[in-house]
Design a protein around this ligand. Structure first.
Ligand SMILES: Cc1ncc(COP(=O)(O)O)c(C=O)c1O
Length: 430
């Protein structure tokens, strides 16, 4: 693809650029139904004539959308768990809303997060973000190279992450809780308003019910709320409707975002448990934004939920996930550049030899193996993203991707990895 080419069109899982190139969209958690899905296009057309109803106006379809989302959560929780649903504008925003509510309820300021987490770049969600290259500040790339990140507004305690790898070079699979959830967990929880944990970021977690249950139980014992950040995983991406279903524990608050409106509009949701709502004791929650739960968003969201259920997309993600796992393990065995693979359903992280992530700072985002592999993949027909990580990439195609399209994506990845192996070899020789 020519370096100046712009995205001009997209259909299904394919992106089309101004130079005529067509590639598979391999990393897009905001497009669960791919691009220009006819039912979503129709929903947006229908909603174009709806009133501009702000969050304070009682728009009937917002109520229906909340009820439908509640049904999904109650099924996942195995009980009538939902107290209230509040819509939001983005994953970052709903995490900020959830965290500030936990602060108000607990009258505590600090949070507990897992290492290498990403929860967004707005207010408290930025404070809760640990990924070193996403700090919401400035990375000066001219000399003297340095990072000028905004200071955190509240104290944040970082607990060890679970492992979650399905394959690791030179490393047997570890027992996560034993090794990782050390004593610092109880200490961290002590004065915390909330612990917020997501399931995909930085290629950590994915599948570790013991980790979830241990953190959840320790949070409960310490009087901290447990917020499950399901911004990526909510609505099927990892093969179950919600990632928290893997454990026996049920969160106090669930946040959702990215895929919610089927890619038609931005959107988010904060879902409060009955327990949390009871603790609000009839208080008025003073949190508002004009376009939350906008009529176009909730209409598209309802259409997305219909398609998702009709086509059994979470189940599909689970089935394709087993296939992905098999193919990626095979690739790991033939490509020396791969050091670790983690993932589930249709969200996978492939890591390469490179500097340990704790040693990154975002001024180091120069030429690196991940960008090199991605460029090659693009040449062979798939766009894969690195999230600005110099030594890893994530694969998260639309949930409607066909087996043939997935094979095409993996074929491009395989070719990209051949180039990655050569890159690494050259680096070692020079
Ligand atoms: C787990 C998680 N939470 C929150 C967010 C923030 O979502 P958004 O970028 O839509 O604000 C992201 C974005 O990548 C995410 O991966």
């Amino acid at each position: 693809m020519n370096g100046n080419a712009e995205l001009v069109n997209a259909h299904g899982v394919f992106l089309e650029y101004s130079d005529g190139t067509k590639v598979i969209d391999g990393s897009n958690t905001g497009a669960p139904l791919g691009h220009s899905h006819p039912a979503i296009v129709e929903a947006v057309r229908e909603a174009a004539v709806f009133p501009v109803a702000n969050e304070g106006q009682p728009w009937f379809e917002r109520r229906l959308a909340a009820a439908e989302l509640s049904d999904l959560l109650n099924v996942a929780a195995g009980e009538e768990w939902v107290g209230e649903v509040h819509f939001g504008l983005s994953g970052s925003e709903v995490n900020d809303i959830a965290l500030s509510l936990a602060q108000s309820l607990s009258n505590r300021a600090s949070f507990v997060v897992r290492d290498r987490a990403y929860h967004g770049l707005v207010g408290l969600s930025r404070d809760a973000t640990v990924q070193p290259q996403w700090h919401g500040g400035l990375s000066f790339i001219s000399e003297p190279r340095h990072v000028q990140a905004p200071p955190r507004a509240v104290p944040v305690q970082i607990i060890n992450p679970p492992d979650g790898a399905i394959w690791e070079r030179n490393q047997p699979k570890r027992s996560n809780v034993e090794l990782n959830l050390s004593a610092n967990c109880d200490e961290a929880m002590k004065d915390a308003a909330a612990v917020i944990i997501d399931y995909t970021q930085g290629g950590r977690y994915y599948d570790d019910p013991i980790y979830q249950d241990t953190v959840a139980n320790r949070a409960r014992a310490a009087g901290a709320y447990w917020i499950a950040d399901e911004v990526v995983t909510g609505l099927g991406r990892c093969g179950s409707m919600f990632a928290f279903e893997q454990g026996n524990t049920i969160p106090d608050i669930v946040t959702m975002g990215k895929p919610l409106a089927g890619g038609a509009t931005p959107g988010g949701a904060v879902i409060l448990s009955k327990r949390v709502v009871n603790e609000m004791k009839q208080a008025r929650w003073q949190n508002y934004s004009t376009f939350r739960g906008h009529p176009v968003m909730v209409h598209a969201m309802r259409r997305h939920l219909q398609i998702m259920s009709r086509e059994g997309l979470p189940q599909r993600a689970a089935e394709l996930g087993s296939y992905c796992s098999q193919i990626l393990r095979q690739m790991a065995n033939v490509h020396p550049c791969i050091t670790r693979i983690a993932g589930k359903g249709l969200h996978w992280t492939v890591e390469f030899e490179g500097k340990d992530w704790k040693a990154w700072d975002s001024t180091e985002m120069g030429p690196n193996i991940a960008d090199f592999v991605v460029k090659e993949c693009e040449h062979y027909g798939a766009r894969i993203s690195t999230s600005d990580e110099p030594s890893s990439l994530f694969i998260a195609p639309s949930l409607i991707i066909s087996r043939n399209e997935l094979d095409h994506l993996f074929d491009a990845l395989d070719r990209g990895l051949v180039a990655g192996d050569k890159y690494l070899q050259n680096q070692k020789q020079s």
